[in-house]
Write a protein that binds this ligand. Structure first.
Ligand SMILES: Nc1ncnc2c1ncn2[C@@H]1O[C@H](COP(=O)(O)OP(=O)(O)OP(=O)(O)O)[C@@H](O)[C@H]1O
Ligand SMILES: [Mg+2]
Length: 395
């Protein structure tokens, strides 16, 4: 993708990376509304990070209650460095990552252990850690990363967050606010799309009404009929929020798909790991024929390769919302059935809970066990969430 505009933002990211190359550490919180271009900027930063080791994590809306889920993603590739940590720190981190049993460790110790781990890794090569969708970080990870961000000094570590909202955990850290594209860049973006050839007056209106939000510029005109576009009508409905309207445009496109395709999208929306094996296993349980489901394509809304990815997070939420409750429950049940209880008992319990139509003692008991495990890892918020669901499912 060709990034339009964003000179100031790219320069800030370039400075961050340059600083890390010279042995300093940097933190940057990139924030702005949905679709404004935060992930695109993180991608830019990754593209510029030659010679740096890049670690990634992203908050996942449906996993906000799974303690340390994001930390798991970020630190996963560094586990071989754990033996270099002081014993207490190592034990703390291993406990919260579920690698060993033990009493819930002190929060401070977990933060310190992550700091040490990143610092160890940076001795091998400078590090760029990108944490996308920070508004959906589970609280335990957010706290640990906030701790790290406030204590980085000269480790050659850059920690770059992208978030829709100013998260309490990130307040006070250096910020980079992202707003819509300037008019010239917004026009250039519209021109680069297939529905070019729009009247100047209509393009002006689209640019003005979307306030240069690139996602809206790319997606909104696609959801409209040629007549609507030609008339410049119905582009934006007064009173609806921009993200709401982008979502609606995705919904209109999803409505065109066959049942099989829609169900496949719904499975992908309900499966937070983006694991194609899980996706297809669940699809098979629901009687979906892969060839048929993908025959008509997905209008570029879903990509399935080594990972399952939506075109944009708003597609995921649109798909999930659009799913009738009964279909959603069936999908969660299928996902629970294909999730290995030995490897991922908590996620399985979570899916089973989402699949339950009414009180279910067995699922409630499973959630209670998950709560116990979460508590042992020091995930109090997760434990509370599991228990709350468990109570809801108890007669
Ligand atoms: N500067 C840009 N030039 C061209 N296209 C862009 C630019 N910024 C973003 N886009 C495109 O706009 C769309 C939305 O951008 P992006 O996904 O980065 O938004 P976001 O801020 O991360 O949204 P969210 O908060 O929902 O995650 C993407 O398709 C992206 O490729
Ligand atoms: Mg994003």
């Amino acid at each position: 993708m060709q990034l339009l505009g964003r000179r100031r933002e790219c320069a800030a990211l370039d400075r961050t990376i340059a600083a890390v190359r010279t042995g300093e550490s940097r933190v940057l919180v990139v924030h702005g509304g949905p679709g404004v271009g935060k992930t695109a900027l993180l991608d830019y930063a990754r593209g510029r990070a030659t010679g740096l080791r890049v670690l990634r994590a992203a908050g996942v809306e449906s996993e906000m209650e799974l303690a340390f889920a994001a930390l798991h993603q970020l630190c996963g590739p560094l586990l071989d460095l754990l033996p270099r940590l002081p014993d207490v720190q190592r034990a703390a981190l291993e406990t919260v990552l579920g690698l060993r049993a033990g009493a819930p460790p002190d929060r401070f110790l977990v933060g310190l252990a992550v700091l040490s781990l990143l610092s160890e890794a940076s001795e091998q090569s400078p590090l760029l850690c990108v944490v996308d969708d920070a508004q959906w970080l589970d609280r335990a990870s957010a706290q640990a990363l906030s701790f790290v961000a406030r204590r980085l000094l000269a480790e050659s570590v850059a920690l770059v967050f992208a978030t829709r909202e100013r998260e309490p955990a990130l307040i006070g850290l250096p910020e980079l606010e992202i707003t819509g594209l300037r008019d010239g860049d917004a026009h250039a973006l519209l021109d680069s799309l297939t529905h070019a050839g729009l009247d100047r007056s209509i393009r002006d209106r689209i640019v003005a009404e979307t306030r240069g939000n690139p996602l809206a510029l790319v997606e909104l005109p696609r959801g409209l009929s040629p007549t609507q576009i030609a008339g410049g009508l119905g582009l934006l409905r007064a009173g609806d929020s921009l993200p709401g309207q982008i979502e609606q445009s995705f919904l209109n496109r999803i409505a065109e798909f066959s049942d099989q395709t829609r169900t496949l999208l719904l499975i992908a929306a309900a499966e937070p790991l983006g694991d194609p094996v899980l996706l297809w296993a669940a699809a098979e349980r629901l009687g979906i024929d892969p060839a048929a489901a993908l025959a008509g394509g997905t209008d570029g809304l879903l990509a399935i390769d080594e990972r399952v990815t939506f075109r944009h997070p708003l597609v995921r939420s649109a798909v999930y919302q659009a799913g009738p409750p009964r279909a959603r429950r069936a999908v969660h049940l299928a996902l629970a059935e294909v999730t290995d209880p030995a490897i991922d008992p908590d996620r399985r319990a979570w899916h089973r809970a989402a699949a339950a139509a009414g009180p279910d003692e067995e699922v409630a008991a499973e959630l209670e066990r998950s709560a116990g495990r979460a508590q042992a890892r020091g995930g109090r918020a997760a434990a509370a969430a599991f228990l709350q669901r468990s109570v809801q499912l108890t007669l």
